[in-house]
Design a protein around this ligand. Sequence first.
Ligand code: ADP
Ligand code: MG
Length: 252
Amino acid sequence: MANQLEIRNLNVTIGDKPILKDFSLSIPKGEVHALMGPNGTGKSTLAKVIAGHEDYTVQSGEVLVDGVNIIGMEPDEIARSGVFLAFQYPLEIPGVSIANFVRAALQARMEEGETFNAPAYYRSLYEKMDLLQIDRKFTARSVNEGFSGGEKKRCEILQMAMLDPKYCIMDETDSGLDIDALKIVANGVNLMRSPDRAFLVITHYQRLLDYIIPDKVHVMWDGRIVQSGNKDLALELESKGYNWVKEELATA
Ligand code: ADP
Ligand code: MG
């Protein structure tokens, strides 16, 4: 179906170890879905497979972006189709300013024959920075070099805003993210929420969801979704812990 990101019966291995096991999930445009689960259940694997990471082998299944299967596409082709994956561990790129880095990302995504309009780019960059309340001095700094956790997140959110993706996948380990950084991510997501865009917010802890109110919450366990609900499910998980899900599964 068009207008959604649809993951259909995805089976993924690393080496010969199965990681995603018949994983299915649909996220319609306009919605924010949270994916939660204990460490090692395959949340980051899912994010990377959608982005076209080469370490993973897709044994079967599909990832449909507005009805088009992106499995087998190169990462840049997937990005062009409107998917953005925020980085869990951002790289430092000394000597490359944020303005030039974002510009390179946009240029890489352009079709052949398209030309880059620098004044329009800077206009749009400053517009997004104002929206996200980022100081203009920030654009001249080297990507992630000596950045605080919060500044890295600002850089990431700015990239996301400039690329204007249809489907945003945010893989937040939460570890090392202080409240300020969480708020920057949440604020960026909330400002970018739109009927033309969907978000998959991956998180281990509930606290990010204090700031981003998701339309749906999914709990992942051992490579698949075992429970889905509304935002209250995240609160229930927070108070009862992931073992509660395991016990529910055992009695199911
Ligand atoms: P989560 O993000 O839910 O913590 P991951 O997707 O990172 O889980 O990992 C799922 C499983 O896959 C874990 O058992 C992990 O050790 C394994 N795994 C992830 N990436 C790799 C890799 N590049 N090579 C080998 N094993 C990996
Ligand atoms: Mg992870």
